[in-house]
Design a protein around this ligand. Structure first.
Ligand SMILES: Cc1cc2nc3c(=O)[nH]c(=O)nc-3n(C[C@H](O)[C@H](O)[C@H](O)COP(=O)(O)OP(=O)(O)OC[C@H]3O[C@@H](n4cnc5c(N)ncnc54)[C@H](O)[C@@H]3O)c2cc1C
Ligand SMILES: *[C@@H]1O[C@H](CO)[C@@H](O)[C@H](O)[C@H]1NC(C)=O
Ligand SMILES: *[C@@H]1O[C@H](CO)[C@@H](O)[C@H](O)[C@H]1NC(C)=O
Ligand SMILES: *[C@@H]1O[C@H](CO)[C@@H](O)[C@H](O)[C@H]1NC(C)=O
Length: 452
């Protein structure tokens, strides 16, 4: 037996206790980067050889410029692995609810940490592969760190077994095709995961019947009324079929300077459509960009057809509290995200040689504010399992428990807020449920009963 492979039988996991694995990570957004960093920082004698394959043709992913609620697992991940000397989040000390006239009808003093997709991305890149940016300095490499190679323009197209290894096929953006071998393949390729579709082709990503309109306005460009409502606050408002929230996030280049932070909104609105493949005329108009191209899930920032956006601004002025209407109307580069549901039946395939994490495992509705936390949680516990600190059974129970519980919660919350006329108290209840730290969760029986 290879001296590298100590207690393979103990857990039934093919890689238990191996110290230098060849690992391929498919997808290099937040989930892929998080697991790359956790594996890279695994203490000596572990020194893995990690390759990130990202299909995006450019070296950096495009910033969508939007907010992320930094939940407990995200913060814990950064505490554990980040070596950039800066704060990852802006803070809020109060959650409040506005009525349609903009009056505060309820508040609670709750602390919350909010960040931006681009700040998290650049901090991860600085730590993972030393990418310089205006967001943070690049930390020094440690001699015990594993090796990481980030390859953009590599789209994974196939997977096969070859003895005890996996072979990954890819198409490079220069048109060439190639293959690479690995001991372990981690699918961090998002809610429309290729890895998942190769191994569990029956899983579908379904449209939930509504979209999130999103955008930001710099603090110092907002009126005193809007600043008063949103600065260092986490703010909600709702009326029939509409739900909007706003909070402050880091600004350009990750700045936390007052005045330069961004007011970020997420505005849910119903857009009935039979499915993503067979869109209704209204949905089609919303999702067709200035160049006439239809986007079935995300309309990127700055690409919306001005006519479709004008309709939404008009509705915002009629239906939203004035502070919310102001930020929606003032946003220069709105974007749209169709709300979808997707979850894989399991997270390991090929006897543990292929593992799904993050959105590839379960793509949540945004109400749960848990996608980045899931990616961070999945990364931490997978690294612990590979290091031998967590058993395969616990790893699987906890990751699938998280995915199933939060997935179901997102569906329940979305259905109630978009399709039922709820009184304020129930919305408050939903919100509190949304941000319950995962550590306080007790997985319900149905979430884990068929895990193993
Ligand atoms: C560009 C971008 C901007 C985002 N902006 C926000 C935001 O502002 N706010 C927010 O809350 N969430 C945002 N998200 C979603 C958020 O990042 C995710 O919920 C979180 O990163 C965890 O998801 P993930 O990394 O598992 O999957 P994703 O973030 O979906 O990333 C999947 C990655 O895999 C790559 N990929 C897919 N298929 C293949 C393939 N076949 N081969 C190789 N690579 C592949 C994709 O290009 C992508 O980079 C954004 C995602 C992306 C990709
Ligand atoms: C946000 O961060 C602060 C300071 O780091 C911390 O005290 C607080 O508990 C965090 N809140 C949440 C909800 O994670
Ligand atoms: C942000 O950083 C870039 C360099 O990456 C710089 O060109 C730009 O001026 C910075 N913008 C602000 C507002 O700081
Ligand atoms: C590192 O892993 C990649 C992909 O699995 C592989 O192509 C490369 O040969 C490996 N390098 C070493 C030194 O093992």
């Amino acid at each position: 037996m290879d001296s590298n492979v100590a207690n393979v039988e103990s857990e039934g996991f093919p890689h238990a206790a191996r110290k230098n694995l060849n690992i391929i990570i498919v997808g290099a957004s937040l989930g892929g980067l998080a697991i790359a960093l956790a594996l890279k920082r695994m203490p000596s004698p572990h020194a893995h050889n990690i390759t990130l394959l990202e299909r995006n043709p450019t070296a950096l992913l495009h910033n969508q410029g939007a907010g992320i609620v930094a939940g407990g697992d995200t913060l814990k991940f950064f505490e554990r692995y980040n070596k950039c000397n800066r704060d990852v989040a802006a803070r809020s000390g109060r959650r409040q609810y506005l009525d349609q006239n903009g009056k505060v009808v309820h508040y609670e003093d709750v602390r919350q940490n909010m960040t931006s997709w681009d700040l998290v991305y650049h901090m991860l890149r600085a730590n993972v592969d030393g990418v310089k940016s205006a967001y943070c300095e690049v930390p020094d490499e440690d001699k015990d760190d594993g090796r990481v190679k980030h390859l953009h323009g590599h789209k994974v197209t196939g997977l096969k077994e070859k003895e005890d290894k996996m072979v990954v096929n890819y198409e490079a953006s220069d048109g060439n095709e190639g293959e690479m071998e690995a001991d372990l393949v981690i699918g961090a390729d998002g809610p429309s995961s290729t890895v998942r579709s190769l191994l569990a082709p029956q899983v579908e990503r379904k449209y939930a019947g509504y979209v999130a309109l999103r955008g930001t306005v710099q603090e110092d460009e907002a009126s005193p009324e809007a600043r008063e409502a949103f600065c260092e606050r986490f703010v909600f408002s709702h009326s029939k079929g509409i739900q909007i929230l706003a909070y402050l996030i880091p600004g350009v280049n990750g700045t936390l300077e007052p005045g330069k932070r961004l007011i970020n909104f997420v505005y849910y609105t119903n857009f009935p459509s039979p499915s993503l493949e067979d869109p209704s005329p209204e949905f089609c108009e919303l999702m067709t960009d200035i160049h006439g191209q239809y986007h079935h899930i995300t309309m990127p920032p700055g690409m919306m057809n001005p006519k479709a956006w004008e309709k939404q601004r008009k509705i915002a002025k009629e239906k939203l509290a004035p502070q919310f209407a102001e930020v929606v109307c003032a946003t220069k580069k709105p974007f749209v995200q169709a709300v979808t549901d997707v979850i894989a039946p399991t997270n390991e395939f090929m006897n543990g040689r292929v593992i799904l994490i993050g959105d590839a495992l379960a793509g949540f509705r945004p109400h749960t504010v848990a996608s980045t936390s899931q990616a961070c949680f999945d990364a931490m516990i997978l690294a612990d399992m590979i290091e031998g600190k967590v058993s395969r059974k616990d790893w699987k129970e906890q990751t699938l428990g998280f995915a199933r519980t939060i997935h179901k919660r997102g569906v329940d919350m979305g259905e109630r807020s978009q399709h039922q006329d709820l009184p304020l108290e129930e919305h408050i209840h939903d919100r509190n449920v949304a941000s319950t730290p995962r550590e306080q969760e007790v997985w319900p029986e149905w979430a884990i009963s068929d895990v193993l």
